[in-house]
Write a protein that binds this ligand. Structure first.
Ligand code: AMP
Ligand code: MG
Length: 331
């Protein structure tokens, strides 16, 4: 029976080797990137099985692409473009209603500093185009009265612009919403741990293994350097900064976060970081606080117990909400 012991041992070793290589890899972290909504999106996931984690990440990217197709005002077939073309009320789907309602709520809380109807103004500045420019004062002035009220009126499932000068641009909230949807997909796939980073809009599922996720906050005036880090689990953290998209003329920086009252780039902050339960909310709040400036902005963040934040004023001074003090690790 033991005529060929070596062959038997070799066969057993082979079986062991195969089953070892096919075993589920428990803590393998998978990281993938994709270009969505004009931003490099990075998703990291940890799950019981690497192939399953990869599939979950692909599905998360897919849902983000479908949200881009729904919310982008630069895609002709999106529902937002249809609302922008329509003269009366248009039936919107529940996701669009949800985002518009959340956006309008934050718009009201911020006395209009966050406004979803700035499409025409953003086009005048050309931040999305290859050649951004300072528009004619008169062209800006003509639009401003439209931004003193809600962007849309909603009745049932119908959505209508409140003024013909309003063109919806959800650039300040839709990316955050898409990250929330990606996290839902990753959670539903059974991943214990994941992070989705869409150019500074970050959603976290669980911690990073046994530890919390360590998130760096970019220094607004030192490219590639961190201002601080925060340790977080199951949270959203979003930063809006004037360094993200800007051009300079005669030493003046013109950037993409506009003050709806003046039609000009908001001047009171260099950057705003908001920590909240959901990314959509953190996204809109970061833009709102950026426009409001350090004092009113801090008051807005302190109003909600579930929300924290860090504000770098135009002078470089940093303000932190009470609940975040002691949690920030400075660099
Ligand atoms: P964020 O990078 O999230 O601060 O959002 C900036 C983007 O939101 C811009 O690229 C515009 O598309 C849009 N936006 C600019 N200013 C405002 C504003 N005051 N309220 C809402 N959205 C804005
Ligand atoms: Mg935002």
């Amino acid at each position: 029976m033991l005529r060929r012991p070596l062959a038997l041992i070799a066969a057993l070793l082979l079986i062991l080797l195969i089953s070892w290589s096919l075993r589920p890899k428990p803590s393998a972290e998978v990281a993938r990137t994709a270009l969505i909504m004009g931003t490099l999106v990075e998703i990291k996931g940890v799950g019981p099985d690497q192939k399953h984690t990869e599939e979950a990440i692909s599905a998360a990217f897919d849902i983000m692409k479908s949200e881009e197709a729904r919310f982008s005002s630069r895609i002709e077939t999106s529902q937002i473009s249809a609302i922008n073309r329509n003269k009366g009320a248009l039936e919107a789907d529940p996701e669009v209603l949800f985002v518009l309602q959340l956006g309008q709520q934050i718009s009201r809380q911020s006395a209009g500093a966050f406004h979803m109807g700035l499409g025409r103004l953003i086009k005048l500045w050309g931040f999305e185009a290859v050649n951004p420019r300072v528009p004619e004062t008169q062209a800006i002035k003509q639009l401003l009265p439209a931004f003193t009220q809600d962007a849309v009126s909603m009745a049932g499932t119908g959505v209508e612009r409140t003024d013909p000068r309003i063109q919806l641009d959800l650039g300040g909230i839709a990316k955050g919403y898409a990250v929330d949807r990606a996290l839902e997909v990753l959670r539903a796939s059974g991943l214990q741990s994941a992070s989705v980073n869409a150019g500074g809009d970050i959603g976290l599922l669980g911690g990073h293994g046994e530890r919390p996720w360590k998130i760096g906050i970019q220094h607004p005036r030192k490219p590639g350097e961190l201002l601080a880090t925060l340790e977080l689990r199951d949270r959203a953290i979003v930063t809006s900064g004037d360094y993200e998209r800007f051009f300079e003329i005669d030493g003046v920086r013109y950037h993409h976060i506009l003050n709806p009252q003046t039609g000009l780039p908001a001047r009171a902050c260099q950057s705003v970081t908001v920590v909240a339960p959901r990314v959509a909310e953190a996204d809109a709040l970061a833009t709102a606080v950026f426009v409001l400036g350090p004092n009113k902005g801090l008051a807005l963040l302190e109003n909600s117990s579930a929300v924290e934040g860090l504000i770098v004023g135009a002078d470089g001074q940093v303000k932190v909400t009470a609940g975040l003090k002691g949690q920030v690790q400075w660099r």
